[in-house]
Design a protein. Structure first.
Length: 127
């Protein structure tokens, strides 16, 4: 970066990626130095995981024997990212192509099975 007089010369390597076309706003199509029709950086926190990758991971987890049971405990970062990107876990599951009611039904059945199994272990028979 060179400073000449009052102006700062910004090299091409510092120009950030452009925002998607059609975004409203006063800064759409402007760079950090204010020139028009040059690439800009989108406001806010950068996307850490693309929505397609989140949906792909949800699909792979749903196909396991355990399904999506307790995903919030086993994969908390995926659960949080899905909620941020899709508004809710239900929205993320539906966007991945699964029936959310069926997913919840399977989770309740698995939880009930785990409770029954723990009750059997807790009883001790006396001679």
């Amino acid at each position: 970066m060179k400073i000449q007089g009052d102006e700062i010369e910004v090299p091409e390597t510092l120009v950030l990626a452009s925002s998607p076309a059609g975004l409203p706003g006063a800064m759409a199509g402007r760079t950090s130095n204010g020139s028009a029709n040059a690439p800009t950086r989108r406001r806010g926190r950068p996307v850490e995981m693309a929505p397609e990758i989140v949906l792909e991971r949800i699909r792979s987890l749903a196909l396991r024997r355990e399904g999506l049971f307790r995903v919030h405990r086993s994969h908390p970062s995926l659960y949080a990212r899905a909620r941020r990107l899709f508004g809710s876990w239900e929205g993320a599951v539906r966007a991945s192509g699964f029936d959310y009611r069926e997913v919840v039904r399977r989770a309740f059945a698995r939880a009930a099975q785990a409770r029954r199994k723990s009750r059997r272990r807790s009883f001790v028979t006396l001679p």
